[in-house]
Write a protein that binds this ligand. Structure first.
Ligand code: OXD
Ligand code: MN
Length: 583
């Protein structure tokens, strides 16, 4: 046996000694195994079969009431030096963190089965992909990992070949919020997650591995692990450009990844291809371009708000072979969530009789887990081993005022500043004040596995001789007019903005230079058929000098909050823009 498999077996033995499971099951990823686990979960009530006529092979899982979301305050990055985790992470010394969480793991799998899940993040034959092994006592996690990753025998074979893998240990424990920790040990390529069964905390391949651990690995290995969708835009000539885009939560990432072009565009032959909706790993290729893969094999998307109007591709793919978590059900036992125009919920997400006075029927963070290949717009190149070349990087946020519909960064350094300064207004969906601007650099605030200042420096380091880096843009679909209404229709019409972006990439269209970056002139945007008044377009493309001066001051203070580690090039860029606005 290879030394890697020895090391893996040794770790599995160690974990078994600590957690004391009744049985150990090595997951092979086969259909027979999936069926057997499904039957077990249905028998235990962990999965509830949905209407088999309308939703064949679809199941509902109801989570514990206090376990419905990621828990940032219980999520730690445990580097030997606190400074290496940075002010953007909660930190604990590795020895203390291991001791704390191991005490919870001790004996926690008594009476349970321990599942060992070898998985690969990314196409199994891609040099950009990375492998891991998750040990868990939750069959629900196994079922989800089977959809979200390439799990089983081929992943194990790759691990044996490569000699390295990320170790993830997970137990649902007692699902007690007081006994819950999500610990990351980047230097040990190790994750320990206790006390939650929720996706982002429990499917360790996703946020824990593919973002927190991978971002750390990417820094040392010269690539980028980002919280970005990847979408291919095919123009009527049959040329496809790939765009990677980062948005904080509740900004429509999944919708943009699966966009359906407006009718006029469809008639002309525009097509949109989905590569990924959440995570993007990018690496410079021999040609100097950034090549990207989606490390995931499925979508773990938010259900509420998904409808025929907002995301027809998503709705269609949810008609079969889907696990729903915390949605409501109708009298016909169909899944239901807020935003669906038809159907009436009879049971809410907790399984109680639905009472409109008791809040939403589906939990606002209720989810679907579905294989990416079920999406009608799934790109034929999504599984390419070398990835897809990225032509443009798009950053975005939810900003009612100030930030124009779209602008282009002048160069890479400016683009990194635009990403580092990303911000979004809080919505009513989250607790706390509404409309407060929160900085969320590259949408990585909850996911960067090391100090943001070093992360900005890593981004800047890609600007090397010979590099053919993507152009960087910022978009804001959420601008409101003086009447309080959205100025831009959004959804499929966002393709109109992407068209300008890609025309800029191809050098086919001009722009007006401003202090904050290059903007389209009103005539450059195709707004035909939208019924927008000229003053709406002017508002969408207006740069408010005073407002931007205040914004740049805030961005300066934000960069300063990372102290001396903040790259000087970013501060210089910020001062340059502030001076241009003042001048
Ligand atoms: C997600 C998230 O679940 O970003 O994708 O929270
Ligand atoms: Mn996400």
């Amino acid at each position: 046996m290879s030394s890697t498999l020895d090391a893996l077996n040794q770790w599995v033995d160690e974990v078994a000694r600590l957690t004391q499971p009744d049985r150990i099951h090595w997951c092979d990823g086969s259909d027979a195994e999936a069926r057997q686990l499904n039957d077990l979960m249905v028998a235990r009530g962990d999965l509830i079969p949905l209407n088999d006529k309308t939703h064949p092979n679809c199941f509902l899982h109801r989570s514990s009431k206090s376990d419905v979301a990621r828990v940032e305050h219980l999520t730690f990055v445990c580097t030997p030096e606190r400074e290496d985790a940075g002010p953007n992470n909660h930190w604990m010394a590795p020895a203390e963190a291991h001791a704390k969480v191991d005490a919870l793991f001790a004996g926690c799998m008594r009476g349970r089965t321990m599942y060992v899940i070898p998985y690969c993040m990314g196409p199994i034959d891609s040099p950009i992909s990375r492998c891991g092994v998750e040990i868990t006592d939750s069959p629900y996690v196994v079922a989800n990992m089977r959809i979200m990753t390439r799990m089983g025998a081929p992943a194990l074979a790759r691990i044996e070949r490569e000699g390295t893998f990320v170790k993830g240990l997970h137990s649902t424990g007692e699902l007690d919020p007081e006994r819950r920790f999500i610990m990351h040990f980047p230097e040990e390529l190790t994750i320990k997650s206790y006390g939650s069964g929720y996706g982002g905390n429990a499917l360790l391949g996703k946020k824990c591995h593919a973002l927190r651990i991978a971002s750390y690995q990417a820094r040392t290995e010269g690539w980028l692990a980002e919280h970005m969708l990847i979408v291919g835009i095919e123009n009527p000539k049959g040329e496809t450009h790939y765009v990677a885009a980062a948005f904080p939560s509740a900004c429509g990432k999944t919708n943009l990844a699966m966009l359906i072009p407006p009718e006029g565009y469809r008639e002309k032959g525009w097509k949109v291809w989905t590569v990924g909706d959440d995570i993007c790993w990018m690496k410079p290729g021999a040609d100097g371009r950034l090549w990207a893969i989606n490390p995931e094999a499925g979508f773990f998307g938010v259900a509420p708000g998904t409808s025929q109007k907002t995301n027809p591709n998503a709705l269609a793919m949810l008609g079969h072979d889907t696990i729903f978590t915390n949605v409501a059900v109708t009298v016909d036992n169909d899944p239901w969530w807020e935003g669906l125009p038809t159907g009436t919920p009879v049971k809410d997400w907790q399984g109680n009789d639905y009472q409109p006075g008791n809040g939403p029927a589906a939990h606002p963070n209720s989810r679907f887990t579905v294989r990416a290949s079920q999406c009608a717009s799934f790109s034929p190149h999504a599984e390419d081993a070398h990835g897809v070349p990225i032509s443009a990087i798009v950053f975005g946020g939810r900003r009612e005022s100030l930030v124009p519909l779209v602008f282009e960064a002048r160069d890479w350094t400016h683009g990194v500043l635009v990403g580092a300064a990303m911000a979004s207004e809080t919505t009513a969906a989250a607790t706390g004040a509404v409309g407060v601007v929160r900085r969320d650099p590259m949408a990585m605030k909850p996911f960067c596995g090391y100090n943001f200042a070093d992360y900005f420096g890593h981004w800047l380091s890609f600007d090397q001789p010979g590099a053919k880096l993507p152009k960087v843009f910022h978009v804001n679909w959420f601008r409101k007019g003086s009447d309080g209404k959205f100025l831009w229709p959004g959804f499929g019409d966002n393709l109109r903005v992407l068209e300008w972006i890609l025309d800029r990439v191809d050098g086919k269209v001009g722009a007006q230079p401003t202090a904050i970056g290059n903007l389209p002139r009103a005539a450059d945007l195709d707004t035909q058929g939208l019924g927008l008044e000229p003053h709406h377009v002017d508002e969408l493309l207006h740069v408010d000098r005073d407002g931007w001066q205040r914004e740049m001051d805030e961005i300066g203070a934000y960069l300063d909050s990372y102290g001396a580690r903040t790259p000087e090039a970013l501060r210089r860029e910020q001062r340059k823009i502030a001076d241009a606005l003042a001048g």
